[in-house]
Design a protein around this ligand. Sequence first.
Ligand code: ADP
Ligand code: MG
Length: 234
Amino acid sequence: MTPALDIKGLSSGYGEALVLRDLSLMIQPGEIFALLGKNGMGKSTLLKTIMGFLPVRQGHIQLAGNRTANLPPYRMARRSVAYIPQEKALFQDLTVLENLKLVMPDTAAIKAELERTARWFPVLQKRVHQRAGTLSGGEQKMLLMVRAMLPKQKLMLIDEISEGLQPSMVDAVSDVLRTERASRDVAILLVEQNVPFVSSVADRFSVLKQGEIVASGSMADADASAVIDRQLSV
Ligand SMILES: Nc1ncnc2c1ncn2[C@@H]1O[C@H](COP(=O)(O)OP(=O)(O)O)[C@@H](O)[C@H]1O
Ligand SMILES: [Mg+2]
C-alpha cells in the first residue's frame, strides 16, 4: 500500500534555528496517527512544514507516493491535504456559510455537509448566517472541522483540536474522526496532548521531544497510555 504521508529524515525550523531534526514517520490511508508532545516540542512546526508554510531543510515529504518539494499551502490543499491549525483561523467577520464557501462555493453541498454533521455539531446548522467571530471557541473549532472535511481530502492535519473543548465535544470529535476514517479511508495526523482522547481514537502514536521522536507504538499495546504518560511527564 502506498502511504498517504511518508516523511523521511525531515529537518525544519525558523530562520537559522532548527526545531525538527531527522524526523521520520509514515501514515497509511485510513489510519489515525497521534503525535504527542508537551508545549514547544515542535508539533505545530511539523504540521506547518508538511502544509508548506515552512520550508523543508533536509529530508523529504511524500504524499501518496509523490514528493511535495516545498509546494506552497494552496497547492498542498489541491493535493487533498486539509489543515486545522491550532490558532484561530476563520474569517471572524464572515458568517459560518461564507467561511465554508471559501473552500467550496456550492451552497447545496455545504448545506448537505452541515446536515450530515448535524448529529455531532448541530449548532452550526442553526447558525449558518451568524458571524464566525460570534461563535464560542468550541463552536469555531467545529466550524474548522467541517471546513476541513468539506472538500473530502485524503489527509487531515489536526493541531490540538481537543484543547479547551468540553468533554462532550471531545467525544463528538472522536466519533467524527472514526466515521471519516471508516467511510472514506482518510489518513489523519492528530497532534495532541490529550492522552485519553488519542487513546480512544488513534491507531498508532509517537511522542515528540525537542524535535525528535522518542517513543512510538500501537495504541492497542497494553502499555501504550503508560508509555505516553511517562514520556509526557519527564
Ligand atoms: N514563528 C516562530 N519563530 C521562531 N520560533 C518559533 C516560531 N514558532 C515556534 N517557534 C519555536 O519552535 C519551537 C517549537 O514550537 P511549536 O512547533 O509551536 O511547538 P508545539 O506545537 O509542540 O507546542 C519552540 O521552541 C518555539 O518557540
Ligand atoms: Mg502547537
